[in-house]
Structures are given as C-alpha cells and as structure tokens.
Design a binder for this molecule. Structure first.
Ligand SMILES: *Cc1c(COP(=O)(O)O)cnc(C)c1O
Length: 378
C-alpha cells in the first residue's frame, strides 16, 4: 500500500526551465524577475503595490513596521495560527495579545478582537486561516475609527476570495507566503501587498538594508553612486531564482484552486454522511482555496482526534494535527491572558486534523482516505 502524503507542491518542467534561464543570465539575486513577479502578483491579487520578501514572516515584520508599530505597543493576533503570526510583533518590541477565533471559520471576528483590545493596541493581524477568508470588513469597521491598522496575514490565502475579490485586496497591508506548504511556492519566499504607496516604498527600503540606492541600481552603472544607510534595515530580499519559479507558479494558481475545490467538495459530500465529523466550509462572504482541509472530530465520532490520526497512519495515510495554538508554546506561554478567553482556540486545536489534499491527489487515493474515515465502533 503506497503512502498518501498530506501535502505535495505541484512543480514541473516549466519551473525547471525558468530557473535555468535565470542561472544562464548571470543575475541571480533580486533583480528583473523579482520586479516582474511583484507586478504579476499585484495584478492577480488586485493589490496596488507588491513588495517581494524572503518569507511571509519577514513580510509580517515589515508590515508591522510600516504600520507604525513601536516598542511597548500591543498587537492583537489569533493564538490559533502558525507561530510566525505571534512572533512578528515581538520583532518590533511589541506584545502579541491573543484573541479567540470563531468556531466555524477558525478566524478572528469583531467580537473576539474587541474583547482583546487594550489602550496600547496599535495593530491587529487577521489571518485567513487555512485559506478560509477572514471577515475583514467587520474587523475594519471596528478598528479603522480607533486608528488601529488591520494587517491581513494571507500566508495561506492565495486563490481565496472575499466579497468577490481576492483576499488581501481589501486590506491596507497584507503578507503572503510562498513556502511549499502554501498554494504558490518559491521554496521560501513572501510578499507584502499594500494600498499605500508610501508604505510600499518604506518596505522596499527596509528589506534592502535601508540603503539609499538599490543594489540593482548600483550594479546597473559602471561607476556605482555612493550609498547611504538611512536607518537600521534588514536583508529580506527574494532572489531572481525564486521569483522565476513564482511567476510560473502564479500562472498555475487558477488550475490549482479549481482542482482543490473539486477535491474539497468531494470530501465534504462524503464526510457529511459520517456522524461526528465536521469539515471546513466556505464562509458566507467568500470562497476558500482549501489550503488546509481540516475536519473537527466531535464527541459523536468513535475515536478522538489523536486516535483517528493513529488509525489513518496505520492505513499509510499521513494526516496532521490541526492548526496550533501559539499561547500554549513555551515562547509565548507567559503572555496568556486567561484560559476562558481562548476556549474556542483550545477546542479547535485539540479536535481538528488536516486531511491529504493537494493538486495531484488521485480520486482513488481520496476514496481511500474517505474509506479510512468510516471507522466502525471499536
Ligand atoms: C506559513 C504561515 C506563516 C509563515 O510563512 P513563512 O513564509 O514560512 O514565513 C505565517 N502565517 C501563517 C498564517 C502561516 O500559515
């Protein structure tokens, strides 16, 4: 019996050819292909400005800085997210304040954010968790009048839509990931998108050591102009090798989302017949790319979540525990505001698992997964 992975990136000959061209060109660091990838990404996501970065984590750091987050500020984040969401505010000397999530979507809501606001709240990081679009308008209606910036962590969101537009399009600033676990991959890589030209300019500046003249501009002239470092910046650049892969991957996105939604619909239909399992769904305000197809294991199911993971593993099916809870990790444990405040987070992180779903997943393999979920009473 062959093993079914939980996730596999979809890469092919086009990516290999694109990388070969970059290497043959002799220009491998941030250059023309990064600029072309930024332009293509901005068009695809209906963003005004796109700034490529080394990862979503570095894009989140830059987003917080351009939004004006300073030491001593509070940033509201979901605990129910990959650790990077909670880590990013600490890079600015700010404190992540954990808010709970909605049981159905796994995302922040205006109610859970309102409960976590403090007089020092400067920003909120709203995640499109697992690709489920967050109800951004509700968060902005709460935060905009208070002067609190809503940053969208769209790491998982490429190909999901919110109110008829790509996720991220309604945010002042959003951060994206191109890690292979996400929908579009460049190996490692990220993007910051923003509606504000001055924020895009500052992000470009900070990602390149806050250098007054870009490296690309310096190399373009025989006698390089002298550069100045106007503040302490970072090296958060993407390479042209990565961007070349990203351009090809972005072209694959519509086809990837179509297949993922087809597989998700098939899972949903069959899992709805199994008592005690609740699969993730599109929310009323948008469509999901199903970056993570998660299922909640309820009390009506014969096994608990860990029991079901073990059962699937025995059938050579590699599922995964659902989204983590950052407030339980040693790195952030001391920041917990109180157990009752994160009740839904704790429940979802303990009862959800992620099923195999990726572009190349064969229908017959999906049928094997569904068959394995039909657990009879032990
Ligand atoms: C994966 C992920 C990140 C981090 O992305 P990197 O590109 O690996 O830095 C941040 N936030 C969320 C919600 C993620 O899922």
């Amino acid at each position: 019996m062959s093993r079914i992975n939980v996730m596999q990136p979809w890469l092919g000959e086009e990516e290999i050819a694109a990388v070969g061209e970059v290497i043959a060109s002799g220009w491998v660091a941030q250059g023309p292909r990064v600029a072309a990838f930024e332009a293509a990404f901005a068009t695809a996501m209906e963003a005004e400005h796109a700034v490529a970065t080394s990862s979503c984590t570095s894009a989140l750091h830059l987003a917080l800085l351009v939004a004006g987050v300073e030491p001593g500020d509070d940033v509201v984040v979901p605990s129910f997210s990959f650790i990077a969401t909670a880590n990013a505010p600490t890079y600015c000397g700010a404190r992540p304040v954990f808010a709970d999530v909605d049981h159905v979507t796994g995302n922040l809501t205006a109610e859970t954010v309102a409960a976590a606001l403090t007089p020092r709240t400067r920003a909120v990081i709203a995640v499109d968790q697992g690709g489920v679009p967050v109800d951004l308008t509700a968060l902005r209606d709460l935060c905009d009048p208070l002067g609190i910036v809503v940053i969208e962590d769209a790491a998982c969101g490429a190909g999901s839509t919110y109110r008829g537009r790509p996720v991220g399009a309604g945010a002042e600033v959003a951060a994206w990931s191109f890690h292979p676990r996400k929908i579009v991959t460049t190996g490692e890589g990220g993007m910051l998108t923003t509606s504000r030209p001055e924020w895009a300019e500052r992000a470009r500046h900070l990602r390149e050591h806050a250098m007054s003249v870009s490296a690309a501009a310096r190399h373009a002239s025989v006698l390089a102009p002298p550069e100045e470092y106007t503040e302490v910046g970072f090296n958060y650049r993407m390479t042209d090798i990565q961007a070349a892969v990203g351009i090809v991957q972005l072209g694959r996105l519509p086809e990837v989302v179509r297949r993922r939604r087809e597989l998700a619909a098939s899972y949903r239909k069959q899992i709805s017949e199994i008592e005690g399992l609740r699969p993730v769904a599109d929310p009323p305000w948008g469509t999901c790319n199903f970056q993570s197809f998660w299922v909640e294991v309820g009390p009506g199911f014969p096994l608990d979540r860990d029991g079901l993971l073990t059962h699937l593993a025995a059938g050579e099916i590699s599922a995964r525990r659902g989204i983590m809870a950052a407030h339980r990790q040693p790195a952030h444990r001391e920041r917990v505001t109180g157990p009752a405040a994160l009740a839904v987070t704790e429940r979802l992180t303990d009862t959800t698992l992620i099923l195999p779903l990726f572009h190349q997943l064969a229908d017959s393999d999906q049928a094997r997964v569904v068959q394995a979920l039909r657990v009879t009473q032990p």
